[in-house]
Write a protein that binds this ligand. Structure first.
Ligand code: SF4
Length: 294
């Protein structure tokens, strides 16, 4: 179970800092930042119990704008860092935030392993389908046919489907939000924070400067909410079918958002680690006990 301590009267602004974000006006990352603050307030998190870990990219600047602990790490390595923090001190609420290049390109392998281990980290991916920080190259989620600086004739690659991949790898909470619908996204992140084990929250998050195709209007015309069509997040097969809808089956068709899959009966990785240490977290376990088990 995510270790969020209940404290009433928490406000989103309790997680804000005086420093204003430096993203381009209109960037989808503003929506993610606001949704994350709202979600933390909603679950009653205490600032000192939260760690936000990021990689490299525009969205990875997010920990600088949160009044929590933060680690601005290296490219693609959000999940190994977040895993280390979580298993060392499971009482912390550990949140990874980064972009699609970071998480689905260089860091893709870590997504698979974090999912199969069911480590108790909430991983939010700002998916803008382009490398924004480096000024507009194609990313692993760029749709086929889209022109970027590195695909002047249109991409010929099939995009990664992160949701289907995470489900195949064993993720126990898989969701997609849209940064143009902050209230809905905040609800999804709140549920992810309450989840026991690994939670992937992919967020459709327009890069207004370097992606002129996948805009807010483009997404608004396509997204639909899973809860509005009677989707059952406990049904793995149904979740997988929904995950394949976009972008795999129809990259220019309708896009489901909401909680695709959720399973709460499996132990989180940090619980398994603590079992090896006689029920203690590594941060509490005496060194002799740790050695004894090796
Ligand atoms: Fe956001 Fe794109 Fe600007 Fe980066 S370049 S801050 S992703 S709009």
């Amino acid at each position: 179970m995510a270790s969020v301590k209940v404290k009433v009267d928490r406000k989103p602004m309790d997680f804000a800092v005086a420093r204003a974000p430096i993203w381009c006006p209109g960037c989808g990352d503003y929506g993610i930042l606001e949704a994350l603050r709202r979600a933390l307030a909603e679950v009653g998190a205490r600032n000192e119990d939260v760690v936000v870990v990021s990689g490299i990219g525009c969205s990875s600047q997010l920990p600088h704008f949160m009044k929590t602990y933060g680690v601005h790490g290296i490219h693609g390595r959000i999940l190994p860092v977040a895993t280390g923090i979580k298993i060392s001190n499971p009482k912390l609420t550990v949140i990874g935030v980064g972009g699609d290049g970071d998480g689905y390109g260089i860091g893709l392998n870590h997504l698979i392993h974090a999912a199969r281990r069911n480590v108790g980290v909430v991983y939010i991916v700002s998916n803008n389908q382009v490398y924004g920080l480096t000024t507009g190259q194609m990313s692993p989620t760029t749709l086929k046919g889209v022109k970027t600086k590195t695909t002047p004739y249109g991409s010929i690659d099939s995009p990664v489907n992160p949701l289907a991949l995470a489900l195949s790898a064993g993720a126990t909470f898989v969701a997609r939000g849209f940064s143009g619908d902050v209230a809905h996204l905040a609800q999804i992140i709140s549920e992810a924070l309450r989840h026991r084990g690994f939670a992937l929250v992919d967020v459709l998050s327009p890069c207004v400067t370097f992606n002129r195709i996948n805009t807010y209007d483009w997404f608004r015309a396509r997204v639909y909410k899973l809860e509005a069509v009677g989707h059952d997040p406990a049904d793995f097969e149904q979740a997988y079918k929904r995950a394949l809808e976009w972008p795999t089956l129809d990259p220019y068709g309708k896009i489901p958002i909401g909680i695709f899959y959720r399973r709460e009966d499996l132990p989180a990785y940090e619980e398994e680690v603590a079992k090896l240490l006689g029920g203690k977290a590594p941060i509490e376990a005496p060194l002799e006990l740790s050695k004894e088990k090796i």
